[in-house]
Structure formats: structure tokens, C-alpha cells
Write a protein that binds this ligand. Structure first.
Ligand SMILES: *[C@@H]1O[C@H](CO)[C@@H](O)[C@H](O)[C@H]1NC(C)=O
Ligand SMILES: *[C@@H]1O[C@H](CO)[C@@H](O)[C@H](O)[C@H]1NC(C)=O
Ligand SMILES: *[C@@H]1O[C@H](CO)[C@@H](O)[C@H](O)[C@H]1NC(C)=O
Ligand SMILES: *[C@@H]1O[C@H](CO)[C@@H](O)[C@H](O)[C@H]1NC(C)=O
Ligand SMILES: *[C@@H]1O[C@H](CO)[C@@H](O)[C@H](O)[C@H]1NC(C)=O
Length: 321
């Protein structure tokens, strides 16, 4: 066998880290697109950060990764060929595993409960690992565009620290469990959900609910009016919505473009803080109550495409576009 310079260059990153393994705190092999396997890492006892981002030919991560007791940050983003990952990574130090856009990864490993951030965006996973229900420190769960995941999220209602849940683009999800706790941002756009459970009324910190293009979604439960921190509700493109949602008075942004709502109740005057109201293409919309003119912070109202809308009632507002 002979070594060419080109081959040495290819192997360079691997040689380098084998030499230093025991003293390494960080391995950064990002963009090593020729890397197809990871050598045994068990000697790297003090390793804290591993970065394999854009190692687009990396198929397997060996189980030796489980012996990295100090590992805190694991970046596997865009390892688009990654298929095999140890089924358990029980590392107490691990906080932020990032598998974003590992589009061939079908199984998420069982993980230790200290994790604060779990990114599985754009992976091929079909379910969350059973250990998910024990991730009591988890703050962000990003499952955006996991097209193959279906309704297996019962355990996420046990996660007491969760602030952000992103299920946008999970087109197989038809319902969500009774989520409780500190959740502030709930992204559910482009999902197949039909109903928002009435337990949503218990999310006292919920600030943003994005339901863009949930074509099967029915009218929201009145419990939404209990949400004292609610600022942003997006129902644009939800073509089965026929009723104006009963929101609390804190709401700032309410996007209802393309829904089938017919009228806005006069109680809208109590939405003192409303800044933006989206009603474009609401083809059945026809009544705007006179109380509407009490909304002094409203900056944006676009009624284009509201073909049944005729006129404002006693309307005297300035500064609206
Ligand atoms: C994980 O990856 C996503 C998207 O690829 C990025 O936005 C995010 O900041 C990363 N998070 C961490 C904790 O590394
Ligand atoms: C979740 O998805 C929404 C909409 O697709 C996006 O705007 C938001 O930034 C995402 N949030 C996180 C934390 O990834
Ligand atoms: C959610 O709560 C409702 C009423 O509180 C209950 O009827 C339903 O069974 C619960 N669903 C789950 C999946 O726990
Ligand atoms: C309204 O409909 C027009 C024409 O079909 C489309 O171009 C536009 O993007 C729609 N706007 C919204 C906000 O849905
Ligand atoms: C109102 O909506 C229409 C159609 O979506 C768009 O063409 C127009 O630019 C919008 N006007 C403003 C002021 O935003």
C-alpha cells in the first residue's frame, strides 16, 4: 500500500486527534466530508465538546462515545448520512445534543436526564425515546420537520422545565397531549392536529402559539381566554376556523388570514394591546364592530381579499394601513 499526499491530507484530521486523544477537551471535525467512521474515543477522558457538523459521509458513531464522561456539547448537525448511533448515551454531563438535519437518523438514543436542549429537527425519527419523560431539565425540544413522527408524545406533559416546543412541519401529528407547566412557545404549524386540548388553559406562561396552515384544525376551545401571558396567536391558513378565537386582553398579534371567520365580536375592544390583526383573504368576513375603533395601538390591518367586507361601521381611526 502506498500513501499519497492527497491521502495524508484526507487522513490528517484523524491522525491529529489520535495523537492527542487523552489530553483533548474539544474535537472539531466540522466539514470533514470524507470522514465515514469515528475511531475509538474511549481514551479521550476529558473531552467536553465534539463537533461533527457537516460530516456528510459519517454513517456511524461508535458506542465508545458513552465513555466520554465529561462530554457536554455534542454537535452532529447536518450529518446527513448518519444512521447508527449508540442506543443509549447515559452521560451525566451531556447538556445539548444537536442532531438537527441528520436526515437519515431513524432512532434517537435514550438519553440521560440532565439534558437541557434536544434538537432532532429534520431527522427521520418515528418516536421519542422512552427516557424523554424523565428529562426534567429539558428547556427546548425541537422536532421541527420530523415528518415521520406521529402521536407518541404523551410523556412530554411530564417535562416540568420545558419552555419551547417546536413541532412545526410534523405532518403526521394529529393531536397533542395535555401539556402543562412553563411552556411559553408552542410551534405547531403545518401539522395535522384537529383540536387544541382544553388543558391549554393551564399554560399560564404561554406567550406564542403558532398554528399556521393547520388545515384540519377546528375552532379553539374557550380555555384560550384564560391564558394571561398570551401575546401572539397565528391561525393563518387554518381553513376550518369559523369563529373568532376568544383570546385574553394581552394579545398583541392575531393573524387570521385565510380563515373562514365571518365576524369579529364587539368584545374586541377589550384587546387593548392589539397591534396587528391579519384578516387577508377571509372570504366570509363581513362585520367589523364599531367598538373596533377603540383599539389605539393597532398598527396594521389589511383587508385585501375579504370579498364580502363592505364597510366600516362609524369608523374614525387614524394611522391604520
Ligand atoms: C442546534 O442546531 C440548530 C440548527 O441547526 C441551531 O439553530 C442551534 O443553535 C443549535 N443548538 C445548539 C445548542 O447547539
Ligand atoms: C420553530 O418553528 C418556527 C416555525 O416554523 C420557527 O419560526 C421557530 O424559529 C422555530 N423555533 C425554534 C426554537 O427552533
Ligand atoms: C386530557 O385532559 C382531559 C380533560 O382534562 C381528559 O379527558 C383527557 O383524557 C386527557 N388526555 C390525556 C391524553 O391525558
Ligand atoms: C391572499 O390571496 C392572494 C391571492 O390568492 C395571495 O397571493 C396572498 O398570498 C394571500 N395572502 C395571505 C396572507 O394569505
Ligand atoms: C395587503 O395584502 C395584499 C395581498 O396579500 C398585498 O398585496 C398588499 O401589499 C398588502 N398591503 C399592505 C399595506 O400590507
Amino acid at each position: 500500500m502506498h500513501f499519497s499526499l492527497g491521502m495524508c491530507l484526507l487522513l490528517y484530521p484523524i491522525i491529529l486527534f489520535l495523537l492527542n486523544l487523552a489530553s483533548l477537551k474539544e474535537i472539531n471535525l466540522c466539514n470533514s466530508e470524507h470522514l465515514s467512521t469515528v475511531p475509538d474515543l474511549s481514551l479521550a477522558k476529558i473531552l467536553e465538546r465534539v463537533n461533527f457538523e457537516y460530516c456528510t459521509n459519517l454513517v456511524e458513531v461508535p458506542s465508545s462515545i458513552q465513555s466520554l464522561e465529561k462530554l457536554g456539547d455534542l454537535n452532529m448537525r447536518y450529518c446527513t448520512s448518519l444512521e447508527i448511533f449508540p442506543s443509549v448515551i447515559n452521560l451525566r454531563s451531556l447538556k445539548t445534543p444537536n442532531f438537527s438535519d441528520c436526515s437519515n437518523l431513524m432512532k434517537c438514543p435514550e438519553i440521560a436526564k440532565n439534558i437541557v436542549y434536544l434538537n432532532l429537527k429534520g431527522t427521520a425519527i418515528e418516536e421519542l425515546p422512552k427516557s424523554t419523560g424523565h428529562l426534567s431539565d429539558l428547556i427546548t425540544l425541537d422536532l421541527k420537520d420530523c415528518k415521520r413522527i406521529s402521536n407518541l408524545l404523551e410523556s412530554i406533559c411530564l417535562l416540568k422545565s420545558l419552555v419551547t416546543i417546536n413541532l412545526s412541519g410534523c405532518s403526521d401529528i394529529t393531536r397533542i397531549p395535555n401539556i402543562s407547566g412553563k411552556v411559553r412557545f408552542l410551534y405547531l404549524s403545518e401539522t395535522a392536529i384537529e383540536e387544541i386540548p382544553s388543558s391549554i388553559g393551564s399554560l399560564s406562561r404561554l406567550s406564542c402559539l403558532d398554528l399556521t396552515n393547520c388545515k384540519r384544525l377546528k375552532n379553539l376551545p374557550c380555555d384560550v381566554s384564560k391564558l394571561a401571558s398570551f401575546e401572539k396567536l397565528i391561525l393563518s391558513g387554518c381553513t376550518r376556523i369559523t369563529r373568532f378565537p376568544e383570546v385574553s386582553s394581552n394579545i398583541k398579534k392575531l393573524l387570521l388570514d385565510g380563515t373562514k371567520i365571518e365576524q369579529i365580536p364587539s368584545s374586541i375592544e377589550y384587546c387593548f394591546e392589539l397591534e396587528e390583526l391579519g384578516l387577508q383573504n377571509c372570504t366570509r368576513f363581513h362585520i367589523l364592530p364599531s367598538s373596533f375603533c377603540k383599539l389605539k395601538y393597532l398598527r396594521r390591518l389589511n383587508l385585501s381579499g375579504c370579498s364580502r367586507f363592505e364597510s366600516f361601521q362609524k369608523f374614525r381611526v387614524t394611522g391604520i394601513h
